[in-house]
Design a protein around this ligand. Structure first.
Ligand SMILES: [Fe+2]
Ligand SMILES: [Fe+2]
Length: 168
């Protein structure tokens, strides 16, 4: 990867000590994740077990996303610290400037769907009880249950913050 030409690896100019500290934390994590990702890829390619490779590939999907998120955090911090007149990659919390009622309404509907999804996954998990030690299926449903909890956490965050009156 062309780190030499990658200006995003330079620390932000005029950053506060807190920002510099966070910057080095974020960028060192990006590096660590990259190393982990290479390790995972090698393991997935070398294994003779299709099941193991399949599962490691699921981890790789997550790690690729983590890598992207950390990079976006670092870039946004840089945009912020350098007080550039551009929108950061991770947007500002603009819920209160948007149509709050529309945001809250959509959030409410999505939360209801996720709740229903959670109940269905729970039922499916019960149906898979007999094969939970002989197939990967139950594990996959377990992962989707965890994802559903994550989706609910995201939507609750939106509900909490879009529901607030502007403090600006
Ligand atoms: Fe990670
Ligand atoms: Fe979901």
């Amino acid at each position: 990867m062309g780190t030499m030409t990658d200006t995003t690896t330079d620390p932000p100019h005029g950053a506060s000590p807190w920002e510099l500290d966070l910057w080095s934390h974020l960028t060192s994590h990006v590096e660590a994740e990259r190393g982990l990702l290479e390790k995972y890829s090698a393991v997935a390619e070398q294994s003779e077990s299709k099941a193991f490779s399949y599962l490691v590939n699921l981890l790789i999907e997550d790690e690729v996303r983590h890598h992207r998120m950390f990079t976006e955090l670092a870039k946004s911090l840089k945009t912020e610290a350098e007080m550039r007149r551009e929108n950061p990659i991770i947007p500002y919390m603009d819920f209160v400037h948007a149509d709050r009622a529309a945001v809250l309404d959509a959030t409410k509907q999505l939360l209801a769907s996720e709740g229903q999804d959670a109940r269905e996954l729970k039922r499916l998990q019960r149906e898979l009880r007999d094969v939970k030690d002989t197939t990967l299926w139950s594990l996959l449903v377990d992962l989707m249950q965890r994802d559903t909890q994550k989706h609910i956490a995201i939507l609750r965050f939106v509900r909490k913050h879009a529901g607030r009156k502007s403090v600006l």
